[in-house]
Design a binder for this molecule. Structure first.
Ligand code: NAP
Ligand code: MG
Length: 493
């Protein structure tokens, strides 16, 4: 047994090993006091003259001041992107464009520790996730799309692919640098220029990325980063000189953007998330399935658009599965995101914590049974213990609405037909999981599940070569893979 855990750690249960603290050093990250907007290849003060603080959700520590872009700033950023598009960028040979993307990919790898520390500090996610998932995948996205830049004619034979022009891109706070990569890499590979708005609570890695663009020698104006809040996003979407809007976030804002752009001819992609079913059949490898369930909902504090937040368990294995799951929950280490042993970090913001609490209270009110392992949460910062609800009614809000936190709702089914019906009984459809030994059943289920991604005997696996996106109110358009190029191209016949 190792030394006592620090104050920010959960109290270990008798089932647990105690771990000595293993904090990642912060000194690799040199933060500036203030960050301006990145427009036309330079850091500039906002015309709005407004700034806002960015904090660590784990400690509420102030990290830096960040510019809040207003309508004039948005306009300058779009003008810079337009200038770059009409200037050197779209005239560049595709193989030259690819070189910039390869350079960016390599620089992300070189600066990966710094980026991982910034991501965990600013967003609250465990360092082992930002280090092993977010940052490597971000680099992989740039490598992958760099490879396509000079092969578009082969990707779309006889269709004469051409760039669209200027893309306005808006991303959420759950995977800040990764979502930036999902947006910027395909856009640039296809020859577009971009104006990207990071989420209000997690601007830091996007701001470090501006320095990576500078190091890569990217021509001025090809990438513009405007920090701000929802109003900045709304101004960007309304700008009359955009050719493309790509948005990832809540369904409510996605719908508003679609209304705003209706009839304008601006190309749109929406990625909106929601209430994925993770379906466990009685012939599955039970211990593996429990690991998959845990990864499906507690990865990134459940701040995952495709999280397996609705667990559908075949009735015959309900009891052993729930018993194993509760036992496994007691080994989840909640605490300091910068500790390399942490499994569950901080909730991203006060607002998100309030939303989780409100939905959990409604679940208790509906008569569902709540289980949380013994766990002492840190006093400062935003925290929520890993939570499982059993006895959940299909109509309950915790079975229908996205909680976007470490909260799992368990429901049951008897037959594969019933599993499909329950899984599809939602206005959304981004992802689903199926756990079974039978290959034929996997294919039978995948054919019937109305979800953009269906994982079989795994969950929450991402790869730049694989398209990702939604059905129904989870949005439209695909990101990743060859499919991910199409939203950034027009085709001249
Ligand atoms: P959100 O408001 O949709 O935020 C997503 C992005 O859109 C952020 O950059 C946000 O800016 C920006 N934005 C906000 N209002 C806008 C508007 N009127 N026009 C254009 N852009 C706008 O999501 P949220 O408030 O952060 O989270 C709310 C819920 O959305 C969560 O509880 C979760 O259920 C869901 N969500 C889903 C995903 C996903 O990956 N699908 C990601 C995040 C959240 P600011 O951050 O500056 O406000
Ligand atoms: Mg917001």
């Amino acid at each position: 047994m190792a030394a006592k855990s620090p104050a920010t750690r959960a109290v270990p249960s008798p089932l647990e090993w105690e771990y000595a603290p293993a904090p990642e050093a912060r000194d690799i990250l040199a933060l500036e006091d203030r960050y301006g907007l990145y427009i036309g290849g330079e850091q500039v003060a906002p015309r709005s003259r407004k700034w806002f603080p960015t904090i660590s959700p784990a400690t509420e520590e102030h990290l830096a001041e960040v510019a809040l872009a207003g309508p004039r700033d948005v306009d300058l950023a779009v003008q810079a992107a337009r200038g770059a598009f009409e200037g050197e960028w779209s005239a560049l040979r595709p193989a030259e464009r690819a070189k910039y993307l390869f350079r960016i990919a390599r620089l992300i790898q070189e600066r990966s520790r710094e980026l991982a520390v910034a991501e965990s500090l600013n967003g609250g996610k465990p360092i082992k996730e930002s280090r092993d998932v977010d940052i490597p995948l971000a680099a992989a996205h740039f490598f992958y799309y760099a490879g396509w830049a000079d092969k578009l004619e082969y990707a779309f034979p006889n269709r004469k692919p051409r760039p669209l022009g200027v893309a306005g891109q808006i991303i959420p706070w759950n995977f800040p640098l990764l979502m930036l990569s999902w947006k910027i890499a395909p856009a640039l590979a296809c020859g577009n220029t971009v104006v990207l708005k990071p989420a209000e609570t997690t601007p830091l890695t996007a701001l470090i990325f501006t320095d990576i663009c500078r190091q890569a020698g990217l021509p001025a104006g090809v990438v513009n980063i405007i920090t701000g809040d929802g109003s900045t996003g709304a101004h960007l979407v309304k700008h009359p000189d955009l050719d493309k809007v790509a948005f990832t976030g809540s369904t409510g804002v996605g719908k508003a953007i679609r209304r705003e752009l209706a009839g304008t001819g601006v190309k749109l992609t929406l990625e909106l998330g929601r209430k994925a079913a993770n379906i466990i059949f009685d012939d599955c490898a039970l211990d593996q399935a429990v690991e998959g369930v845990v990864h499906g909902i507690y990865f990134n504090q459940g701040h995952v658009c495709c999280a397996g937040s609705r667990l559908l368990v075949q009735e015959s294995i309900y009891e052993p599965l729930v018993a194993k799951l509760k036992r496994r929950l007691r080994t989840i280490r909640v605490g300091d995101p910068l500790d390399k042993n942490t499994d569950l970090g901080a909730i991203n913001s006060r607002m998100q914590l309030d939303r989780i609490r409100e939905l959990v209270a409604s679940g208790e009110g509906d008569g569902a049974e709540m289980y949380q392992p013994p766990c002492r949460l840190p006093e400062r910062g935003y925290w929520f213990a890993p939570t499982v609800f059993t006895n959940v009614a299909q109509s309950s809000r915790i079975a229908q609405e996205e909680i976007f936190g470490p909260v799992l709702s368990v429901l049951t089914f008897r037959t594969p037909e019933e599993a499909v019906e329950k899984a599809n009984n939602t206005p959304y459809g981004l992802s689903a999981g199926v756990w079974t030994e039978k290959g034929s059943r996997i294919l039978w289920m995948a054919e019937r599940l109305r979800a953009g991604v269906v994982w079989a005997n795994t969950f929450n696996r991402f790869d730049p070569t694989s398209p990702f996106g939604g059905y129904k109110e989870s949005g439209f358009g695909r990101e990743g893979g060859l499919h991910g190029l199409e939203p950034y191209l027009r085709f001249d016949r």
